[in-house]
Design a protein around this ligand. Structure first.
Ligand code: NDP
Length: 251
């Protein structure tokens, strides 16, 4: 049990990639707490054994984040924090107004900042920690019709690279994991939207979505979790400021 005795916190741990990460960490022996807005989904994940505790929280709001982390870890004992909560909105740039850009920055970048602000002081005090952001291939390259999301995910990777340099001598590492299209609700609703808008069948929409992935398939949430586990493991101490791509070799 590589992570026995560690306390891990995962935002958006009630479903999708976050839930697979929580389950992977718990399976490696960590005590896992999950955060999100949907209390029923969080409770169900704990009851199913994917995590040990939950607190409701809107990651965009620093006060909500501080209250939730305070409830889960009164002594600031978080060893591993995974900023996974995120959302995507799509549309052409000229129909993506400032508010859309603010929403994408708020959930994807500020949600990550709020988590890292909440847990980093305790990590620095104890001289150890793992901060991990779930970014995206859209944090490395552009895609049409998701300019606001891609801008926010590029910002997440900029945060990771900069904070890794600030914490380099502290025992805390800071990394991103960047998946390609993965098999979750986020992609399922994207496929529904494409099918409704273009008249394509769902299978045709899926084929178009995975055409950039040389493996020709969606990434499994468990494959993203495996990358997170590697970054949390004992042998990864000199890996910091990186974004680990889990994208079937897309680039
Ligand atoms: P889902 O839409 O399946 O899940 C999103 C998660 O984020 C939910 O658990 C949701 O919880 C949580 N969340 C959203 N907004 C908030 C908020 N304001 N406060 C707290 N929690 C919130 O997404 P995925 O599992 O697919 O995505 C997870 C991460 O992976 C995201 O950062 C996404 O950008 C990234 N990613 C996903 C890819 C994909 O193809 N699926 C590809 C590349 C990156 P709740 O409903 O309880 O609020």
């Amino acid at each position: 049990m590589a992570l026995q005795g560690r306390h891990a916190l995962v935002t958006g741990g009630g479903r999708g990639i976050g839930r697979a990460i929580a389950q992977g960490l718990a399976g490696s022996g960590a005590r896992v707490s999950i955060l999100g807005r949907d209390e029923a989904a969080l409770r169900e994940a704990v009851e199913a054994g994917a995590a040990h505790a939950f607190a409701t929280c809107d990651v965009r709001n620093p006060a909500s984040m501080a209250a939730a982390t305070g409830r889960l870890a009164a002594t600031q004992d978080i060893d591993i924090a995974v900023a996974n909560a995120g959302a995507v909105e799509s549309g052409p740039f000229l129909r993506s107004d400032t508010e859309r850009f603010r929403r994408m920055l708020d959930i994807n970048l500020i949600g990550t900042v709020n988590l890292f602000h909440a847990v980093l002081p305790g990590m620095l005090e104890r001289g150890q920690g793992r901060l991990i952001a779930i970014a995206s291939t859209a944090g490395h390259r552009g895609y049409p019709y998701v300019s606001a999301y891609a801008a926010a995910k590029h910002a997440v990777i900029g945060l990771v690279k900069s904070l890794a340099l600030e914490t380099a001598r502290s025992g805390v590492t800071v990394n991103a994991v960047s998946p390609g299209y993965a098999d979750t609700d986020m992609v399922a609703s994207g496929l529904d939207a494409i099918a409704a808008k273009t008249g394509k069948s769902r299978d045709e929409a899926l084929a178009a979505m995975v055409k950039d992935n040389p493996q020709g398939r969606l990434v499994a949430p468990q494959e993203v979790a495996a990358a997170v586990l590697y970054l949390c493991g004992p042998g990864s101490g000199s890996v910091t400021g990186q974004s680990l791509l889990v994208n079937g070799g897309e680039f």
